[in-house]
Design a protein. Structure first.
Length: 375
């Protein structure tokens, strides 16, 4: 295991200190901002930012790309073929629409690389390798390291602990491929680090859709973009581009995650309002919520309760929580996490009757009780 790096917060408290919508997205060097400053200035205010020079030491940054004096980098296709087997990868076709996304297919990785080679100097490519779980496909291959700023990640912490599908991806898009307008799954944050090429992002804070208060930003190799919760975005690969992306949430946006889930349930209920008198109506809505939204109340509570139990144990016996094999949470951070869980649990109590009908109330109350005992 590498040397542990301690990450902690300063005087941060789990209340949203407002949201700012600067037109210009700032660029800050990874060396010029601390974990604590990123936490309070960007995550707690849900503000987008680009952090530069985050990938210099990554294997993928050093080996996947041939950098010379020309402006355009070339992907080292033979290295990639030798290092990564001919695994199956998900590929979207940007020329074909499927609902509000692009049609998806599966391909062999080496076939995609041949396609990349053929089309790399053309403007007509439409195949986009995206949402590729390379990290979980090849767990021994440490081709990148999650930047410290994004280390507090309850979503992937829970999924990795449970050995379930995670939200950690690689994207590989020839020039001209793109991702259509969307906000991310569960209203989560996302970070995207560009390894090669250039991406053009159009970003829109939530609620600003009507005012069209958008920001345009170009992201080049080595830069990580922090996309806040609920921000709509559209992304164009203006050069052949490769990126590593995570979706995640933590104590700074957990209340937003809950409120979005609660809103998604309201939509489901409205859709099948006329069946309200049927038996198991609530359970049926939860099934539909899981199918359409990807998460339901019981799963949300499971994540919260998992993180709650781990943090309380850490706090009580002064043990370690280590994220991504490297980052150790400081004591104030652990306390911040527990307090933010307490806040979201209190919000969830507005649905006490529903939690009761779904037989989830005792689990919720257990969490509250265990927090009250320790704080
Ligand atoms: O790079 C892309 O094409 C899409 C990335 C994205 O939507 C994200 O990181 O949230
Ligand atoms: Fe996204």
């Amino acid at each position: 295991m590498p040397l542990l790096e301690d990450i902690d917060v300063g005087s941060a408290e789990p209340t949203s200190s407002g949201v700012s919508f600067p037109r210009e997205i700032s660029r800050i060097g990874a060396e010029d901002i601390s974990y604590d400053e990123f936490f309070s200035r960007f995550m707690q205010t849900n503000t987008a930012v680009i952090i530069t020079s985050v990938a210099d030491s990554w294997e993928c940054f050093q080996r996947w790309v041939l950098r010379d004096d020309t402006e355009i980098d070339k992907v080292d296709v033979s290295y990639l073929k030798a290092r990564i087997g001919n695994v199956i990868v998900p590929v979207a076709d940007c020329g074909k629409q499927y609902y509000n996304a692009h049609e998806k297919q599966e391909m062999k990785f080496h076939d995609f690389l041949d396609y990349w080679n053929t089309f790399r100097d053309s403007d007509n490519s439409s195949l986009y390798l995206k949402d590729w779980h390379l990290r979980s496909q090849l767990p021994e291959y440490k081709f990148y390291q999650t930047p410290m700023f994004f280390a507090s990640d309850w979503l992937n912490e829970f999924l990795l602990d449970r050995k379930r599908d995670d939200y950690m991806f690689v994207y590989m898009g020839p020039k001209g491929t793109w991702t259509s307008f969307h906000a991310d799954v569960f209203s989560s944050y996302s970070w995207s680090t560009n390894i090669s090429g250039e991406k053009k992002w159009l970003l829109l804070p939530p609620g600003e859709e009507v005012k069209l208060h958008d920001s345009l930003v170009f992201q080049t190799a080595g830069e990580a973009l922090f996309v806040p919760s609920g921000w709509f975005h559209q992304v164009h690969n203006v050069q052949n581009s490769i990126s590593v992306n995570h979706n995640w949430f933590n104590g700074t946006n957990i209340s937003r995650i809950w409120l979005s889930l609660d809103e998604a349930l309201d939509k489901v209920v409205k859709e099948i309002e006329d069946c309200r008198s049927m038996e198991n109506f609530d359970e049926h809505c939860q099934l539909m919520l899981k199918a359409s939204y990807g998460m339901n109340f019981s799963e949300f509570l499971e994540i919260i309760s998992h993180v709650c139990t781990k943090r309380i144990l850490t706090y009580a016996v002064q043990a370690n929580v280590v994220h991504f094999d490297r980052y150790r949470l400081g004591r104030k951070h652990v306390r911040f996490d527990i307090e933010s869980i307490q806040n979201v649990l209190n919000l969830m109590l507005a649905r006490t009757n529903l939690f009761d009908r779904l037989q989830l109330l005792s689990k919720l109350e257990e969490c509250i009780k265990s927090i009250n005992e320790i704080l």
